[in-house]
Design a protein around this ligand. Structure first.
Ligand SMILES: *[C@@H]1O[C@H](CO)[C@@H](O)[C@H](O)[C@H]1NC(C)=O
Ligand SMILES: *[C@@H]1O[C@H](CO)[C@@H](O)[C@H](O)[C@H]1NC(C)=O
Ligand SMILES: *[C@@H]1O[C@H](CO)[C@@H](O)[C@H](O)[C@H]1NC(C)=O
Ligand SMILES: *[C@@H]1O[C@H](CO)[C@@H](O)[C@H](O)[C@H]1NC(C)=O
Ligand SMILES: *[C@@H]1O[C@H](CO)[C@@H](O)[C@H](O)[C@H]1NC(C)=O
Length: 339
């Protein structure tokens, strides 16, 4: 800056002045994501050796988009207090309520942000010397997010005890990526953080019943509005999913028992038992049984390991859903048994 270049008597003084030029010491993040209705906080701060001689009478200056939309400035005639420039400050930031203020020395705070507030904000240190294009300037982008719009979906594979919903990402993501979905049906709610593919098999439905199913998408701003569909389950179809009653385990076996599910118009022919070692992706079939008692002993398991189990029931129309009503157990170590 000009001041540092004036010819001094002592080189040391020159160095010190040049080195101590007014500058930013804190910048907001480049992209500031704020949920609609919340507070945006641009955390600027600066260093200046002698504010009265180095700062212009209006400094710093905070603006929206560019210098034409000056929001306000530090008033050198009033102890550097923040003043709004009512001629150039965007109207929405001050009418009907003033939503903009400065905290600390330069942190610009905008309360109750709306989608219209999105855009670039800047802060410039206006100095008494140097050209305006060389003044220290820092910018950040405010991205105001809203909850996502309703995701469209279809109900497919409608059976007596289950139905599948398949959906598309909402057209309007609210300005921030969708991070999960929620399904509501008949006072039950199913959540997910990463349902991919966009598919969910709803278990445990009652045959020949009218259901309303609602689907919500969420992002950083929360759940948006639902889309909904009505469907009627079939009078007949594959059985409902069996529910485990209890499990008894030894170091190498797990004895499973379950209750007979709704048959949905076709006698149950047999049950299929599946297991999965913790960490495995696929279920593997361990056996079938055709009737009472509804008990199955899974053998040759590894002591101390964690297994998941589930059972499907089959009738003339097909099998109940795979992977519903899963039971997970950790088997005891051999040593536990010897005791
Ligand atoms: C703005 O951020 C600063 C620093 O994180 C914090 O001290 C201050 O309380 C925040 N103000 C508001 C209104 O959130
Ligand atoms: C600021 O942006 C507006 C709208 O894009 C433009 O008309 C104006 O010339 C710009 N002013 C400056 C100082 O760049
Ligand atoms: C926040 O702004 C909205 C308009 O964007 C307004 O309807 C609401 O009353 C404001 N809330 C508060 C607490 O000022
Ligand atoms: C949710 O629905 C209400 C009422 O229909 C509407 O005012 C609002 O903008 C909608 N919100 C979203 C995120 O779509
Ligand atoms: C729903 O079904 C219609 C008609 O088959 C199809 O055009 C649309 O893409 C489907 N929507 C979804 C989300 O799968």
């Amino acid at each position: 800056m000009g001041r540092g270049l004036c010819v001094p008597l002592f080189g040391f003084t020159l160095l010190q002045l040049a080195d101590a030029a007014a500058r930013f010491t804190s910048h907001p993040v480049e992209k500031l994501y704020v949920v609609k209705g919340q507070t945006a906080n641009f955390t600027w701060d600066y260093h200046v050796d002698n504010i009265n001689s180095e700062f212009d009478a209006q400094s710093p200056r905070w603006y929206y988009h560019n210098g034409s939309y000056l929001i306000g400035y530090g008033d050198g005639f009033d102890g550097w207090k923040f003043k709004i420039n009512t001629k150039t400050c965007p109207v929405r930031l001050r009418v009907p309520t003033v939503r903009v203020s400065v905290e600390g020395r330069a942190t610009l705070v905008i309360t109750n942000v709306s989608l219209a507030d999105s855009g670039t904000y800047g802060c410039r240190l206006h100095l008494t010397s140097g050209s305006s294009s060389s003044m220290p300037t820092s910018e950040a982008r405010l991205i105001v997010t809203d909850s996502p719009g309703p995701p469209s979906f279809n109900v497919t594979d409608i059976e007596a005890s289950s139905a599948v919903i398949r959906w598309a990402e909402p057209v309007n993501d609210g300005g921030s990526k969708v991070t999960g979905y929620k399904v509501e049906i008949d006072s039950k709610t199913y959540y997910t953080h990463s349902w991919k593919p966009n598919y969910f098999a709803i278990p445990g439905l009652t045959k020949n019943k009218v259901y309303v199913v609602k689907l919500y998408a969420r992002n950083v701003a929360g759940y948006g509005n639902a889309s909904s569909k009505t469907f009627t389950t079939k009078k007949e179809g594959p059985p409902d999913s069996p529910v485990f009653k209890k499990i008894k385990e030894s170091p190498t076996t797990a004895t499973l028992s379950w209750s007979k599910p709704e048959e949905n118009g076709g006698e149950i022919q047999y049950y299929t038992i599946y297991k999965k070692l913790a960490g495995e992706a696929e279920w593997s079939q361990v056996g079938t049984i055709s009737g009472e008692p509804l008990i199955y002993r899974v053998k040759y398991l590894l002591p101390g390991k964690t297994y998941s189990f589930h059972v499907t029931a089959k009738n003339k129309d097909g099998s109940s859903l795979v992977g519903v009503n899963v039971m997970t157990v950790t088997l005891p170590d051999e040593t536990t048994k010897i005791k």
